[in-house]
Design a protein around this ligand. Sequence first.
Ligand SMILES: [Zn+2]
Length: 338
Amino acid sequence: MAMRFDALLYPAPEGLYCPVGRFYVDPVRPVERALITHGHSDHARSGHGHVLATRQTLDIMRIRYGEDFCGSEQAAAFGEEIVVNGVTVSFHPAGHVLGSAQIAIAKDATRIVVSGDYKRRPDPTCAPYEPVTCDVFITEATFGLPVFHHPDPAGEMAKLYASLRQFPERTHMVGAYALGKAQRVIRLLRDTGYNEPIYIHGAMERLCDYYVSQGIDLGELRPATVEGRDKSLFKGAVVVGPSSAFADRWARRFNDPLPAFASGWMMVRQRAKQGGVELPLVISDHCDWPELTDTISELHPAEVWVTHGREEALVRWCELQGVKARPLHLVGYEDEAE
Ligand SMILES: [Zn+2]
């Protein structure tokens, strides 16, 4: 007999909770047992008693938080079925960042899939999203409005490549989130045929090294250290760093910097303007509206639960398609990775 869906999983203040399995998914506060979808800091926090996640997510958590990021850990291979207090859980690729997973939670012929963050666009730096049939599909809605259509990332990188040719004297400062976006931008730039060394901010060195150790070729990377160096070294070079670093003094040391920013939000002209971004690159690690709605059409679950973002439009769209849907209004998940 199938379970009532919310007897298997429901939103608690700490995050999604499975009372039978006595575990949380991506809890925002320290808990005894946590299942983690991916390494972004709003989903993966330190201080849990026990963490179950993919090997790569565990490695990323260790890089970000140190050896003692949790009490004990267990690595889940993609597709492996693991029983936690009588509940069967399995991890499936989400296509978001390296190691990112959707988590399927099943008991008594009922299956709920927590997608975490996911996207459907090809990304050479992580395993592609795999559809998992389910009764309840839990999705975020960061770009959950019909106006959000992300362009082809290759076209965005062509703009950066063209700008490098047009302004050979200027240092191109590309703001990108340290986990996932930075490595994807570097890989995509390599795919345009750019073979020069790429300079990276210290905050992303260890994560870039980790991507390389996992077989993602990023080409020649060098530390973007200005001290004691000839500024002209960075003339016409690409420097990749967290956008927060570009607002401080560090960034002003470069030669006639040209501020670029890789984010799904860059399609909102106002955001680019406010941030002083000269070259907006619309590259997102989240689904746009067509990806969200195509995924729901493809899976055709009995219910859709929307965790955060622009919940109401997606819930309304589901209802118009005859799919039961509800917003969960989960707090603590910022789209910092965008
Ligand atoms: Zn994320």
